[in-house]
Design a protein around this ligand. Structure first.
Ligand code: SF4
Length: 498
């Protein structure tokens, strides 16, 4: 069996994903989302910029080589020649090579026998020192799109260093990472070798069995995974506890110890035994969340410090605000506002749209004009992003603080209001989940904010205005969903006289 860098990366993110990638039925995978394609394109641009900035004179193994083994031999030939920098080299260690290496010291013997190993480091850089090639050796550099040197990146960099250690007969001391924007960091091998050994052993055990690792739906981790629909259907059929907001993998393990395995069993469990495991407050919260899901009803949080009836009380004019952004360009290209006028009984959507990135400053001024026109009106939004963006744009375009401060004081974050005042039968507290439960539906079903990021990119590339129309429709629906949520909260808390 072949152990690759991609397999380790997947395993570190989710053991089930690594298993399904090897043993799963590919027909059960979701189609690839546009956003993943966009990330790949961004990654290519990032790698090109690293090469241009630091390593313009690299060499590559010839493209004519077709098999991994041939490419690995070509890479080794370049290393033997002593070229300074190898881009897209292949590191291949088969079981025969691994078992024949009598001289390996203990730290190098962490790779289980009986497998072949394949690594594709972005770069191999020549350094003075001793190796089987002569008075030089190579160390690996991995280039990543993320801004942080994540654990999975360090693990894979350590894997490359191991393969190189075997191939060149000397271990490179510090593999490197380059993250965004162009940040170098080195990986501490002493710390990461034992972790790599553990992951390799676990990975091999899981791949040798035919039993699927259990499902655990974690929003961030599963969001872009192509097995999501498959896993989610299983989780739903099992009433899996990972569908209860607040149940993390470690809390799940604790709950399993007392036989709490499903949403229903958490709803019905003896509260005292859960309290002993995870503390009173958390136990109550998780049980109420499970009950809310099981009985499909909203439960007010009695300890809430919010006087929601007052905060949300109807005003003559109310604004509902939502932003579409392009993170790669650090651009907020659409500032959408729905103005609700209770006197004229109208709802008007004002989309301030930058058709080119250079127009961000213009739409910021237009947005300020509108919100200053209604300078007494509360501005409802969902999440911290809108507040942070007002601060960012204010700084960037040098808007006087005397204008920004009163604007910020008018913001009312409905996400904060919800999570501090009510438990709802949802699997997460995103605007989409909440509004869907309340019966609001987006005109374009199944679309998420990351699709808008792709649409904006496609608009800039193709000039096709249909992409802009789709973004505007999505953004208007986000504003209207925020309005729907606010109206529901007001009615709910007025009824229970909170
Ligand atoms: S959807 Fe989540 S649980 Fe399923 S394989 Fe992907 S990451 Fe793992």
């Amino acid at each position: 069996m072949l152990i690759t860098d991609s397999l380790l990366l997947d395993y570190k993110r989710c053991s089930r994903r690594a298993f399904l990638n090897i043993h799963g039925d590919p027909r059960q995978q979701d189609p690839e989302r546009d956003f993943l394609h966009k990330l790949r394109q961004e990654n290519k641009r990032h790698i090109a910029s690293v090469l241009n900035t630091f390593y313009p004179d690299y060499e590559k193994p010839p493209l004519s080589k077709t098999s991994w083994k041939e490419k690995a031999q070509a890479t080794e030939a370049l290393m033997q020649q002593g070229v300074d920098c190898i881009y897209q080299g292949i590191l291949w260690v088969d079981d025969e090579r691994l078992t024949s290496l009598e001289y390996l010291n203990h730290s190098q013997r962490i790779m289980p026998f009986g497998y072949d190993y394949l690594g594709k480091p972005h770069l191999l850089i020549k350094q003075p020192g001793q190796s089987k090639f002569g008075d030089w050796f190579y160390y690996p550099i991995s280039i990543h799109l993320g801004r942080k040197a994540k654990p999975e990146y360090k693990l894979v960099a350590t894997f490359y260093a191991q393969l190189l250690g075997i191939i060149q007969e000397t271990s490179p001391p510090n593999p490197e990472l380059i993250t965004r924007p162009l940040k170098h960091s080195s990986v501490d091998m002493v710390q990461w070798l034992p972790k790599l050994q553990l992951v390799l052993d676990e990975c091999v055990t899981i791949l040798e069995t035919v039993e699927e690792p259990e499902v655990f739906i974690a929003r961030q981790r599963c969001n872009l995974c192509r097995w999501y629909s498959h896993c989610y259907a299983i989780a739903q059929s099992q009433q899996h506890l990972s569908l209860v907001p607040g149940v993390t993998p470690s809390r799940y393990q604790s709950l399993q110890k007392i036989g709490v395995m499903t949403t229903h069993s958490l709803a019905d469990a003896n509260l005292d035994s859960i309290k002993e495991l995870i503390g009173t407050e958390l136990a109550q919260r998780l049980q109420q969340q499970a009950r809310s899901l099981v009985h499909n009803h909203a439960i007010p949080r009695h300890q809430s410090q919010y006087n929601l009836s007052e905060i949300l009380s109807r005003q003559t004019i109310e604004l509902y605000f939502d932003i579409e952004a392009e993170p790669e360009r650090n651009l907020d290209y659409l500032l959408g506002v729905v103005v609700v006028d209770r006197v004229t009984q109208t709802q008007t959507f004002y989309p301030f749209l930058a058709e080119t990135p250079e127009e961000e400053g213009v739409i910021w001024q237009e947005f300020l004009e509108l919100v200053n026109t209604y300078n007494e009106a509360p501005i409802f939004h969902f999440s911290d992003y809108e507040k942070d963006t007002i601060k960012r744009l204010g700084n960037l375009y040098q808007t006087p603080n005397a204008q920004i401060k009163p604007l910020l004081s008018r913001l009312i974050d409905l996400h904060h209001c919800v999570i501090n005042s009510v438990i709802l039968p949802v699997e997460n507290y995103s605007l989409k989940s909440l509004a869907n439960w309340l019966g609001f539906h987006w005109r374009d079903a199944g679309i998420s904010g990351d699709q808008c990021v792709c649409w904006y990119d496609q608009w800039l590339t193709t000039g096709d205005r249909n992409y802009l129309q789709s973004i505007l429709r999505y953004n208007e629906d986000d504003c209207l969903a925020t309005l729907h949520l606010k109206n529901w909260l007001l009615e709910f808390f007025s009824k229970i006289n909170f």
